[in-house]
Structure formats: structure tokens, C-alpha cells
Ligand binder design. Structure first.
Ligand SMILES: Nc1ncnc2c1ncn2[C@@H]1O[C@H](COP(=O)(O)OP(=O)(O)OP(=O)(O)O)[C@@H](O)[C@H]1O
Ligand SMILES: [Mg+2]
Length: 225
């Protein structure tokens, strides 16, 4: 079985005016199926840049990215978007829910993109809301939900399409410590019981301690990838 994810000698540079800023510098990184890994490092060290490349939101400047053994570095935008929709679930610090859609409608969205019929999609989405313990607020809008509930909606949305991997960029960053702890318990459970592969970016040692593996990044370089 190939690694779920393998980055080989990946760099990412941005041109800012006259200068070139190197955000990632020779990254080697592998993730096996069922692994839960934390990425830690100071602000500006390249964590989100790395996450965006892993999640096909951005492309590396040089190097190779293998997803389930397939080199995806040269794929078209459309192919990448298809893989992203099918295989990857994102969770962000600021939730990114659609404000004019209910919790249920937010979770339905990725299923509609895949062309799944409404009745089947609604069943899947409601099951997922139950799974994260917020079925009772399925018809609430985001501004009628607490931060923790909003993050649960985001996690349900990330999971509903049964992705191969969940990428979470500071998923507890906007939550108080108790709520953040509950969200971590949920993610840990998804990893333990359902063998979901998860990558979590965090600043918080309490969170990284709950992951099997912690990878440190500094100045665009992984210290122990
Ligand atoms: N679109 C962009 N254009 C130019 N520079 C960028 C861009 N995105 C990120 N950078 C730079 O790349 C470096 C890494 O940024 P990144 O967002 O990956 O850091 P981070 O580790 O996620 O930080 P934080 O903990 O603050 O979220 C920073 O120096 C940042 O300024
Ligand atoms: Mg970041």
C-alpha cells in the first residue's frame, strides 16, 4: 500500500515585489492511512502553506506530491478540484460556514457538488450531524450556534463525503479551552474508532500531545518529517 500522502523535496516560493519569499524549503513528508499527525511551528513558519498544498488549495513551486501513489504535481485544476472534493475534508479555525445556510444545508453542500440526490444526501447529512452530536440544531443558522457547535458543523461537512483525509488548520484556535478540548476528543475518536487520517495544525501542546506524531516546522523546513 502506498502512503496516503508523500511530499518529496517540495518548495513553495512567493514573489513579493522584487523579492522571492521561500515559504517551504525542501519538504519531505509522509502520512500513512489512519495516522493522526500534528504540525507545530511558530507563526509564519509555513504551516498553512504546507496544509494548502497537501489539500490541493495551492501548488508547490518545485518538488513532487504523491497522493495515494499518484503523482499529482502536474494535474489540471479540474482534476485537482475533483480529488479535493472526493478525498479531502477541511476544517478551519474560523469555521467558514455559509451564513445564509442552516447547519444541515452547510453539510449537504459537498454532497450536492457530487450530484447526490437530495433525499439520500439529507439522510447522510443528518447522520453526520448526529455523529457530532448536533442533530438537534440542524435547522439553525450559523449565527444561532455557539462556536463549538459551528465547528462541529464544519467537521460534519468535512466528513460527510467520507474523505480519505481530514485537514484541520487550528481547528480549536477560536474556541475556549473546554470547547476546544471537546472538539479534540471528537477528532481523536474519529481517528481511533473510524481510522480517519487527520492532520492538525496547532500552536497548542495540549492538542499535539493527543496526536500519535508531532512534526515541527521552522522557517519552511520540517525538523522531523
Ligand atoms: N499568498 C502569499 N503571498 C506571499 N507570501 C505569503 C503568502 N502566503 C503566505 N506567505 C508567506 O509565507 C510564509 C508562511 O506563511 P504561512 O501562512 O504558511 O504561516 P503559518 O505557519 O501558517 O503562520 P500562522 O501560525 O501565523 O498561521 C510567511 O512568511 C507568509 O508571509
Ligand atoms: Mg497559518
Amino acid at each position: 500500500m502506498p502512503s496516503l500522502i508523500k511530499l518529496h523535496q517540495v518548495t513553495k516560493s512567493y514573489r513579493v515585489g522584487e523579492t522571492i519569499l521561500t515559504a517551504l524549503n525542501g519538504i519531505h513528508f509522509q502520512l500513512q492511512r489512519g495516522e493522526m499527525t500534528a504540525i507545530m511551528g511558530p507563526s509564519g513558519s509555513g504551516k498553512s502553506t504546507l496544509m494548502n498544498i497537501i489539500g490541493f488549495l495551492d501548488r508547490c513551486t518545485t518538488g513532487d506530491y504523491f497522493f495515494l501513489g499518484q503523482n499529482v504535481s502536474q494535474l489540471s485544476e479540474q482534476k485537482l478540484a475533483d480529488i479535493r472534493n472526493q478525498k479531502i475534508g477541511f476544517v478551519f479555525q474560523s469555521f467558514f460556514l455559509l451564513p445564509r445556510a442552516t447547519a444541515l444545508q452547510n453539510v449537504l453542500l459537498p454532497l450536492f457538488y457530487r450530484g447526490i440526490a437530495r433525499i439520500e444526501a439529507t439522510t447522510l447529512a443528518m447522520n453526520m450531524l448526529e455523529r457530532v452530536h448536533i442533530a438537534h440544531v440542524a435547522h439553525h443558522y450559523p449565527n444561532q450556534l455557539s462556536g463549538g457547535q459551528q465547528q462541529r458543523v464544519a467537521i460534519a461537512r468535512a466528513l460527510v463525503g467520507n474523505p480519505d483525509i481530514i485537514l484541520a488548520d487550528e481547528p480549536t484556535g477560536a474556541l475556549d479551552s473546554q470547547t476546544g478540548n471537546d472538539i479534540m476528543t471528537l477528532l481523536t475518536e474519529l481517528n481511533n474508532k473510524e481510522k480517519r487520517s487527520i492532520v492538525i495544525i496547532t500552536h497548542d501542546k495540549n492538542i499535539s500531545h493527543r496526536c500519535q506524531r508531532v512534526v515541527m516546522i521552522n522557517d519552511g523546513r520540517l525538523l522531523n518529517g
